[in-house]
Design a binder for this molecule. Structure first.
Ligand SMILES: *Cc1c(COP(=O)(O)O)cnc(C)c1O
Length: 371
């Protein structure tokens, strides 16, 4: 049997007539860059996230860059973030000439360890950038309290967390600016690159809208040096077809996670592997289902590959140890929990269309490895 990490075929086949019609509307309207479909999508996304504004842009990576630019992050500034994330979380900081200041992760949630946050704050701290890794929100309530106390704005890297919640508040609505990605493997994926930002602040909304078109509010008059980072009409049209299904897909992912927990428990595997933990009052949207496998992660992964089960490692090298960030001066041992996670985490298939038979096969294959 083959179990891919993600299979979009069923989803795309099901929506194909609607998607083709939507693409046809863009062709007829010539609205290729931003345009009516993107404007409508932005309203729908703001409503979904529970924010006043949503702003489309060219990728999740650009969303983070635009957010930091909107907060005037630049040379000499520090931004506090996690070393256990996708590269773009941190490259956006260094691209602007600012310095990332890493705070290690909580080993249970893999998100920023809030207990270590306050000691990382200096007079140079310009922003705090938590990541909602794998689809579960960072511990935002204490984080916000610390940020408010010091008067520091927060931006959420919510690229993996559309629809995630804490106390009923959605990702992107818990900070000054939320950053999202439409990369095809995210819970709401486009058919190419894309991203968006959320905010409740009218001035930040206006600035972000200007920054994505070279910093101009009036064409050819440039208030800031911005980017060319726009969401295109075709992506907007496709995403508008998909967005109404997002809640159903997310609930299926959550149901798959619950059934993994049952199956792993029944198979007596909860000693050998550590299952993902859901924080109370937080809605995990399971963009990834990540287990921790002490000592034998790589040999388990090789066994699963042999059995036809696709897996991945998010992420094998923590960001403080990346070659391009060597100049920051971090060494091995500085972020012990991130380094341990890099050695032990393994992402299993969790996509909504995955069948019970496939899930049972994944669990059986893991049980076979440990026998
Ligand atoms: C996917 C992702 C990004 C970047 O999004 P792109 O659209 O691929 O540029 C940033 N941060 C995290 C945590 C991500 O998972």
């Amino acid at each position: 049997m083959n179990v891919p990490l993600l299979d979009l075929k069923e989803q795309n086949d099901l929506l194909r007539p609607e998607i083709e019609a939507a693409l046809g509307r863009v062709l007829d309207s010539n609205g290729f860059i931003l345009g009516g479909e993107v404007e409508a999508l932005e309203k729908e996304l703001a409503e979904y996230c529970g924010t006043r504004y949503a702003i489309g842009c060219a990728s999740g990576s650009d969303a983070i860059l635009l957010a930091l630019m909107a907060l005037d992050v630049g040379a000499g500034d520090e931004v506090i973030t996690t070393p256990y994330s996708f590269f773009a979380t941190v490259s956006a900081i260094t691209r602007l000439g600012a310095t990332p200041v890493f705070v290690d992760i909580d080993p249970v949630t893999y998100n920023l360890d809030i207990g270590q946050l306050e000691t990382a704050i200096t007079e140079k701290t310009k922003a705090i950038e938590p990541v909602h890794l794998y689809g579960q929100c960072a511990d935002m309530q204490p984080l916000r309290e610390i940020a408010t106390k010091h008067g520091i704005p927060v931006i959420e890297d919510a690229a993996q967390a559309i629809g995630a919640e804490e106390d009923g508040v959605r990702a992107g609505a818990m900070s000054e600016i939320g950053c999202f990605s439409f990369y095809p493997s995210k819970n709401l994926g486009g058919m190419g690159d894309g991203g968006f930002l959320t905010t409740d602040d009218e001035a930040l909304d206006a600035k972000l809208r200007a920054l994505r078109v070279h910093g101009s509010e009036v064409k050819y008059y440039h208030k800031w040096v911005g980017l060319n980072s726009r969401l295109d009409g075709f992506q907007g049209a496709v995403l508008r077809v998909k967005l109404p299904h997002l809640e159903t897909w997310t609930e299926k992912r959550r149901a798959n996670a619950a059934s993994y927990a049952r199956l792993f428990t029944d198979a007596g595997l909860t000693e050998q592997i550590v299952l993902p933990a859901e924080r109370p009052n937080a809605r995990h949207i399971y963009n990834q289902y990540v287990i921790r496998v002490p000592n034998v992660r790589d040999s388990l992964r090789a066994h699963l590959t042999e059995k036809g089960v696709s897996t991945d490692i998010y992420y094998p090298v923590p960001l403080h140890l990346q070659e391009c960030f060597a100049y920051l001066g971090y060494t091995e041992g500085d972020m012990p929990e991130s380094e341990r996670a890099a050695r032990e985490t393994l992402a299993l298939p969790i996509y909504p269309e995955m069948t019970n038979v496939q899930q049972q096969y994944v669990v059986d294959s893991i049980a076979e490895f440990f026998r």
